[in-house]
Design a protein around this ligand. Structure first.
Ligand code: XMP
Length: 604
């Protein structure tokens, strides 16, 4: 099968490029920048992607320059554009003006990757400070922007093309056509499709499983259900043992609902393990998010082993099945240049070891969420099941923040800051003494949020908040989230006191969270824009002592690698907050108005 390689420089873009290439029908793989020439020669085309480093920095990632002699078509994007120019004799320097965001690109020569472009000018997304100042020998300039006269180049003879902007980003108008033209140039056959994936995966499952059987952990979520359905199609249901673990961190009434829906797709003998007590005991006194995630991942495995032992299953005859998808691997730091953002429950060290030993089968581990859904539909799973909101393996445990006490804030951090919106809105920002996980500059962060409170009686405008929120995290990188105050007890408009109530994971707190989550889920059930909506319990008590707060986190996304906060109607938000404030022990309701990046979707 023909493949295109996407070389990863640690930027957030490689996975997006790989995804776009597949949508255009060609199998793509992300490879590391130190891949050998022999490895590289297996591909029909190579895309050198963007990355955060400067090519002039001696510690920036390097690659074997003989890559340009392989006679394989190459597309250099952003860092790849600059790297290619520099390696082949051109010059790259810090530009007088950087380009961050949308800019107007003009095609000056309609050749190579620009062959399919019909217009002269396009809006493109760029993000760079360094600029190419002279192009390499044999290359011609094929496009420019106002501030970058060498923003695209081509060497038709050697089939090497470069662009400064990002064609993989949906905001770049001509992006798909450029990638499409590059694929034509590589001559790769377009035989990646969901049907072909299913066909190949079934063959590969049979080869991998041989005459063994699969012990499959199902959660009722999209990923594990689709993985189960694929395994069942390949092996037959009799060779799969399905187990559902109720961790105690499920949504309200979730287990009953899941049992019915898993039965409806033909899982006849589902083993249900009620393990809530076990999980709560293991997590007693634990506050750190990564520690929580590891304990939960290990516990799943421990329970699976105990059940297998009780059933007298011979470990050498069984593989463990999981519904891992591609972003789980990336976020757990599973690709070479990627930072560990979070340890997903299916990527704890013991599982990694079992993968090395060939004891794990993960039939959809290369897919993104939207592709998983397509596979599910093709396998005939009910729409309701395939379109469910994603729900993380550790469940409400990663939506229930724990703290030993308030986080120390510096004098600087304690200062309140006034933000003026472009439409006349005025907000006071106050840093909160708790932390959540984010992803900034492709790295994991664990930082404070700021909360915005209206400085005067005013109507909120999404248009304005959409502009203010990213500015705050850009100018103050010590923050990774921005919240908007929705409700305080007694309809108060200001914060008189803030304290942190020491708390870890307990059944009572989960019950409080379940109650709030259930109100949120029924309020947003018809909101098509909402891709996922975590409701988060934070041990922050506002204007009273010893209580907690709720954060609403509706997001729109395609594959969870990036996400925007969803703008629900203010009437709906106010009504929902009013209902949540009736739950005993809740002192405030906030709305998370941060995109991913700089925040992640979940708080932990
Ligand atoms: P973040 O919070 O990193 O989440 O933006 C990206 C997506 O992954 C889900 N998620 C998980 N899924 N096991 C899972 O199966 C996990 O441990 C896990 N952690 C996060 C999250 O809900 C979102 O859809």
């Amino acid at each position: 099968m023909d493949k295109i390689a996407v070389m990863d420089f640690g930027g957030q873009y490689a996975h997006l490029i790989a995804d776009r290439v597949r949508r255009l029908g060609v199998y793509s793989e992300i490879i590391s920048s130190d891949s050998s020439l022999q490895d590289l020669s297996r591909y029909k085309g190579i895309i050198i992607s963007g990355g955060p480093a400067s090519v002039n920095d001696p510690s920036s990632p390097q690659l074997d320059s003989r890559i340009y002699e392989l006679k394989i078509p190459i597309l250099g994007i952003c860092y790849g554009h600059q790297y290619t120019m520099k390696s082949l004799g051109g010059r790259v320097a810090k530009g007088k003006i950087g380009e961050y965001g949308l800019t107007e690109f003009t095609v000056t020569k309609n050749i190579g990757i620009f062959k399919k472009l019909e217009k002269k000018s396009y809006k493109v997304y760029a993000s760079h400070f360094d600029t190419v100042e002279s192009v390499s020998e044999g290359f011609e300039i094929t496009g420019e922007t106002k501030d970058d006269k060498m923003s695209a180049t081509a060497n038709e003879r050697r089939k090497i093309y470069t662009v400064q902007f990002h064609p993989e980003v949906t905001h770049t108008e001509c992006g798909q056509q450029i990638l499409d033209a590059f694929i034509d140039i590589t001559g790769a056959t377009r035989d990646w499709s969901i049907d072909k994936f299913i066909e190949r995966e079934i063959a590969s499952i049979n080869e991998k499983v041989g005459n063994k059987k699969v012990f499959m952990l199902v959660s009722g979520g999209v990923d594990s259900t689709v993985a189960y359905a694929l395994l069942a199609k390949a092996l037959g249901e009799d060779r799969i043992y399905a187990m559902y673990v109720d961790t105690g961190f499920m949504r309200k009434d979730e287990t009953a609902h899941i049992k019915v829906s898993l039965a409806s797709i033909g899982i006849k003998s589902l083993h249900t393990e009620m393990a809530g007590d076990d999980f709560f005991t293991a997590l007693k006194g634990i506050y750190d998010p990564e520690q929580k995630r590891k304990i939960i991942g290990d516990k799943f495995l421990e329970i699976q082993r105990a059940v297998a032992k009780k059933l007298n299953l011979n470990p050498s005859e069984w593989l463990l099945g999981q519904g891992t998808i591609y972003p789980d691997t990336i976020e757990s730091g599973g690709t070479r240049n990627a930072d560990k953002i979070k340890t997903h429950h299916n990527r704890v060290p013991e599982i990694e070891e079992m993968i090395r030993q060939g004891k794990i089968i993960e039939p959809i581990k290369e897919l993104y969420k939207d592709e998983v859904r397509m596979v599910g539909k093709r396998l005939g799973l009910p729409e309701e099941m395939v379109n469910r909101h994603p729900f993380p393996g550790p469940g409400l445990a990663v939506r229930c923040l724990c703290a030993e006490g308030a986080d120390e804030l510096t004098e600087e951090e304690k200062k309140k800051i006034t933000y003026h919106g472009p439409m006349g809105g005025r907000y006071i920002g106050q840093t909160l003494p708790i932390k959540s996980v984010g992803v900034q500059g492709d790295e994991r962060t664990y930082r404070h949020p700021t909360v915005l409170i209206a400085a005067k009686p005013q109507k909120h405008s999404w248009e304005e908040l959409r502009l203010i929120a990213p500015t705050i995290t850009n100018i103050n990188p010590r923050l990774n989230r921005v919240l908007l105050k929705i409700a305080f007890q007694g309809d108060k408009e200001e914060i008189n006191s803030v304290s942190v109530t020491p708390a870890y994971l307990t059944p009572d707190r989960i019950k409080t969270l379940q109650a709030a989550d259930s109100l949120v889920m029924s309020a947003i059930k018809d909101e098509k824009e909402v891709w996922q909506c975590p409701t988060v319990l934070i041990p922050l008590s506002v204007n009273v002592e010893g209580e907690e707060s709720i954060v609403l986190r509706p997001v729109s996304s395609q594959e969870a690698m990036t996400a925007n906060f969803t703008e629900l109607s203010w009437d709906k938000v106010r009504k929902l907050a009013k209902d949540i404030m009736k739950i005993p022990g809740i002192s405030a309701v906030f709305y998370d108005i941060t995109n991913k990046p700089p925040a992640t979707i979940e708080w932990e």
